[in-house]
Design a protein around this ligand. Structure first.
Ligand SMILES: *[C@@H]1O[C@H](CO)[C@@H](O)[C@H](O)[C@H]1NC(C)=O
Ligand SMILES: *[C@@H]1O[C@H](CO)[C@@H](O)[C@H](O)[C@H]1NC(C)=O
Length: 277
């Protein structure tokens, strides 16, 4: 019963927000000077940049991780658990970057001038989902948990009631203590199609290239970004395991996980490497 009520409220809120959002998007499009984007986008890519203005909304359950299934457009699962711990967000295109932004970390904060409940204390979120209807040039559609976390102690609900606020953000390196990079073989993988999700990269939080080497080969073959954090290969011959994977971060640093996926891999299984940035 309580769950039904909650999900009804979530749906009603989502409907209300999407109204706000469509409305806001139109107003916003007229205000944005196009060329202010470039320098800000460059700053976005680098750590140690200053705070940039953004607008925040939230979705899902008030103390949830965003989507009801704890997933999202990046393909990550269990985003309510460590290391995401429900501190998750959708990014609009300059932040989501067609999936290249999946796994990136951002500090977010809001100030008293944005809303009286704001603490001003920076909190860290990970991009796990995509935002289809941006209300500003930079729009973080946060989990209820992440949105509330910007409030002073005990005022989380009050802040969530605002629904939409102005806030600030900046890119920070990810740091997932105790974790090495994890590869998840995706459902439906077979000898003529292999798809692998890559997650928990420190620093960047994402990779710009993934290459694969078959057990009987000396050649690295590029995989293609399928969607979100998932990379795939559709070979012209049946693939032979075990498979090694090589990942490249934005600075060009390559790491190799030798024979990380066995020949008799099981889809929907984690293959945890020993590598980390
Ligand atoms: C945008 O571009 C115009 C013309 O190129 C320039 O005059 C203006 O200063 C630019 N504005 C910003 C915010 O960069
Ligand atoms: C790539 O990895 C190297 C080695 O860990 C690290 O020093 C560098 O900061 C990383 N680059 C980015 C953009 O995260």
């Amino acid at each position: 019963m309580a769950t039904e009520l909650l999900s009804f409220r979530a749906v009603a809120l989502a409907a209300l927000l999407s109204l706000l959002v469509t409305h806001g998007a139109r107003a916003q499009a007229q205000q944005q000077p196009n060329n202010a984007t470039d320098s800000a986008d460059r700053e976005l890519l680098s750590y140690g940049g200053g705070w940039l203005p953004a607008r925040a909304t939230w979705y899902g359950a008030p103390t949830g991780a965003g989507p009801d299934d704890n997933g999202g457009a990046c393909g990550f699962k269990h985003t309510n658990q460590y290391p995401f711990s429900s501190m998750t967000s959708c990014g609009n295109e300059p932040i989501f970057k067609d999936g290249k932004g999946c796994g990136s970390c951002y500090q977010i904060r809001c100030l008293k001038s944005n809303h009286p409940a704001c603490s001003g204390v920076p909190q860290t979120v990970v991009i796990t989902d995509m935002n289809y209807y941006p209300v500003a040039k930079y729009h973080f559609d946060l989990s209820g948990t992440a949105f509330g976390s910007m409030a002073n102690y005990g005022l989380n609900d009050k802040l969530r009631h605002a629904g939409i606020i102005d806030m600030q953000f900046r890119r920070v390196p990810c740091n997932f203590p105790g974790l090495t990079i994890n590869f998840v073989v995706q459902h439906g993988s077979n000898p003529m199609y292999l798809a692998v999700l890559v997650e928990f990269e420190d620093k960047d939080g994402d990779v710009v290239q993934v290459d694969i080497k078959e057990g009987n080969s000396y050649n690295w073959v590029p995989m293609h970004e399928s969607w979100g954090s998932i990379w795939r290969i559709d070979p012209n011959h049946p693939l032979k395991g075990p498979f090694s994977l090589r990942i490249t971060n934005e600075s060009g640093k390559q790491l190799v996980a030798n024979n990380i996926i066995p020949a008799n891999y099981i889809p929907d299984t984690n293959y945890r490497s020993f590598i980390q940035y």
